[in-house]
Structure formats: structure tokens, C-alpha cells
Design a protein around this ligand. Sequence first.
Ligand code: F6R
Length: 607
Amino acid sequence: MCGIVGAVAKRNIVPILVNGLLRLEYRGYDSAGLVVVHDGKLDRVRSAGRVAELKDKSAHTYGELGIAHTRWATHGVPSERNAHPHMSRNLIAVVHNGIIENYEELRTELTAQGYEFTSDTDTEVIAHLVHSHYKQGNLLLATQTALKELVGAYAIGVVAADNPHQLIAARKGSPLLLGVGKGEHFVASDMSALLQVTKNVVYLEEGDVVEVNLADYRIFDQQGNAVQRPVHVSELDNDSVELGEYQHYMQKEIHEQPQALANTLESVCNSQSLVPGIFGADANTIFPQIENILILACGTSNHSGQVARYWLEEIAGIPCSVEIASEYRYRVSVPNPKTLVVTISQSGETADTLAALIHAKATGHNFTLGICNVPESAIIRQSKLRLLTRAGPEIGVASTKAFTTQLAALFLLTLVLAKLRGRLDAAQEQQFLHELRHLPTAVQKVLALEPKIAAMAKYFANKHHALFLGRGMHFPIAAEGALKLKEISYIHAEAYPAGELKHGPLALVDADMPVVSVAPNDTLLEKLKSNLQEVKARGGELFVFADADTHMKESDGVHILQMPEHAGFLSPILHTIPLQLLAYYVALEKGTDVDKPRNLAKSVTVE
Ligand code: F6R
């Protein structure tokens, strides 16, 4: 949440800041702002709108040192006065991602010292605090001293009007990267903002403070010791964050799923057998010891965990529970040191998931596995074992390709554990590997249904509610479909296991309540058909995504979208695709901002 960019160079850095913010806008889009140091002064431009507005407003701004920010409001309404950067006495300017928990007491102290506050944000205290410690032009020391007084999470960038070639940045609990150029340096919340200028990147660690100059940079750890951090060369290219031929990132990312799945499964599909080592060297010793699995995740990532529970219990025969990370971290649970704690996250920075992982470790869980789309993210660094999904950057706020690649990763986990537990013979292993190799092609076939789904979406445009039904391992897919629809089209959507309908929600069904159902040709099909009849008998309009081999037929009030034939255990992955497309096309019909739905942001780095 919130995106930060900073730059020091021997050229105008305003276009770099603005382009960087455009890349980071998915992290928050309530307001945007930048400040440059020019002629010994801070020149600040802010906008209560999107980065595009900031771009216009800053078209004539020039500076060779600056910081910029795109905001997801926490403290204070989205407005120009609350937009970052925040300044102290026209000398210090700060951008901040995170939350300062003790800002109220700091504000009281700083007000007593004569500082005047001009915003409702927690961030402004940082600017005044740095100012209060800023002596003899030592911005590094002033920032380090100020940071000692802060409680909470932050990634910050700081500049001073009288320090024309230096930027100080720091992180604790929020991500921050240093981009290394030739005679110029940059900071940003993620790599996508840096690709325009460099591929050389240093991942700052928890508590790091970096002094960024034109020619060099110095990194200090939490204790203030100078440290070296490795420079990585990013594998991403600028094209991977471009929209290309698509209208929205969400549409692009839905269509990228065959490739994303192929990339995630590449190493496994190229080999003849499954080995624990794909989860890290320690998996060979950890996996044989585990007695059960606890999956912790939020939102869409939690749904992938819920599907995996069915796989892990049925195929690998291992007990599995799935918890909402934000709930788990605050409840008293009974830890079992033989539990494998699996966290699932696209960003690897989700505050609730990270805190749940840290909580699990604190209660004695040593076996941890992170399934994540961002290398070097906090969740990956905190986990003993890891598997990276290789979906590539996901920019649309609604998660799509991250979800299906998480499912692929969790299926691999299931197979590796099943094999270790003697529940997968060589023939079954080869059969599953064959099905995994075929998965990208199978997904491509489902994507070809796009025009039919776009036509179906028209029906939903003037609806206010929708029910999603599924059974067994497709119930979490129904839940994911409902989440997608509500977050981007603002239609209220709820998912139920189809058998649960008659226990209450059936009362909601009338001609104005579209009922979407996932109908795979599995053992629960006949039960599901009966549940659908119950809806039809009450005048409900049904939209059924049915496997071709179910032979379900259209009738009055029953719309059938024919999927390919049943794909066995991998069916949830295929059934996700039409629900993503449905949500996308309904949002288009309604004219909402598909990639940046209201009130939301990607990478939820606050509680
Ligand atoms: C929904 C969505 C969110 C995220 C959730 C967790 O489309 O994107 O529900 O899935 O905020 O985020 P990650 O996976 O980054 O931990």
C-alpha cells in the first residue's frame, strides 16, 4: 500500500518519478505527489487525483533530486493536503509507506516544540522529527535518530532543501529497493518502477537505512553498522509491465495464465520425477517429519489454500487446516512443532500474512514454507522453505494469474508429500506430471470462451446481488468468483457450498438474483444438479459453468457455458478462468475502474 519512488541523477528526474509512480499506482491511488530539490528549495507538486493528473501538474517542474508517492489513505481522507510528500519548515520532505503507530504522542511533543502540522497524516511527524534532529547538514544522522523514535512500519524517502545530491531512504516492515545506475541512483517500492532506468537492484533488509548519492550509496543496518548487500540483476523486462494489446492489466493477466503456469511448472515438467528439493534443500529433512499442514493467507491467496486442503487430504492423506491470516495471528491456538506452516501470498508483503507467519514461528513452529510470487519478499525471507510462483508482475488489483499459479504450486506440494507418504506410485506420478504439462494448453482452451462469457456478462450489468455456488474443491473457486465480481464490479456477491443453500440463502433467490454455479463432472455432480433445481423452482436465473461431459442443457432460466471435459484434480484451475472473465466483463459493462477498484490497493502492507 502506497508506492514510493526516489531519484538522484544529473538529469531531470521528474519524468522518472512520474513514470515510476504510474507503475506503482496499483499500490494505492487516492492521491499522488512529488517534491524535487531545486536551487536550494523544495518544489512540491501534489494532486488529490491520480498520477496522470500529477503528471500534467508537474510537466514544467525540474529537479535532479526528488521523491514521489502514490497514496492509499490510512490517516486522513484522500485530499491534496494529506497527499505526500510532507514537509517540515520548507527544509525537509518525506514520503512514507506504512503506519506510524505512536504518531499521536509524537505529534503532541512536536507541536509543543513549535512545529505546525498541515495534514491529518501520521507521516508528517516523520518530517518534523527529522527536521528537529537535522544539524550541520547531516541528513543521514538526522533520519537515523528520528527512526529510533518511531513505532510501526515504514518505507521512507527523505530529502533536504540544502542537500542537493543526497537522498536518505529506510525500511522496516514495508518493502524498499535501491536501483543502482551509472552515476545515478534510485529507490522504489518495487522493481516495476525501476525497470525504466536500471535492472541492477539491491533488496534492502529490515531496519536498513541507505544514504543515496550520485556516485555511490552506503547502507547501514538496524544497529547503524555499514553493511554490504548484494546487487541482483532483475529478470524482469520493461515489456512485462506494459499493457501491450490489452485494455486492462486484469485482462492481460488473465490471458497470461497459460505462460505463467508453464513458467511455474517449468522445472518440474522438464524432469521425470517429483522431488522435495523444489521447495528448498531443507525439504528433504523437514517433509518426512510433518504430521499436518496449516495454511495461512488472505483473500484470493486464502482461496487457493482452501482448494489445496482438498488435495492434501485426499491425495497426500495429510490433515490440513486453512486460516485467514488476520484471524490466526490474534487467536490462541495449539501449536504442534510437527506442523508445516504454509503461507501463501502474491506480494509476499501482506502485513497480516507476514504477522501470522511471525506469530506461528514465535509459538514454536519451525517448519515454514512460503509460496509467493515475489522473490526476496518478506514472506520468502521469513520462511525456511519456499516455492516461487513465476506468474510475473501482477499489476491489476484483482489477483488472477497469481491465484492459478498458487494452485499449481500447491498441487506440486500435494504430489511431493503424497509420494513421500507412499500414496503415489510411479504410474500415478507420471500421469499427474502429464496432466500438469498439459495444463497451459487446457487453460488456453478455456480462454477461448471469452466472447461467450462477455455476452453472458451483459445480464449482470443492472443486478445488485449474485450468488455463487460450488461443491467440494470447487466451493473455494465459487468463493473466488464471488470475490472477483464484488471487488471490481461492486455487485454484492456471496458464495455458498451448493448444499448449504436450503439452510438459509435460498430465501434470497428470486428473478433478480443471478445464481452462478461451478459444475464440474465430479462425484458431487448429481447432488449439485438437485441444488440447481431448487434454485430454478424458485424462479432464480442460473448461469452454470459445466464440464462438457456433464451434458447439461440450456433451458428456460438456465444458461450453460460449456467448459472442456472434466480435468480431474486440476479442474479447479480451469474453472477459475471463466469466473475471472465474467467479473472482468461485468465490470466493463458497469464502467468501473477495473484495474484500480475503489477503496482497494494491492500489497496490503497495513493491518
Ligand atoms: C483479491 C486480492 C486480495 C489478495 C490479498 C492477499 O483479488 O487480490 O484478496 O489476494 O490481499 O494478497 P497477497 O496474495 O499479496 O498476500
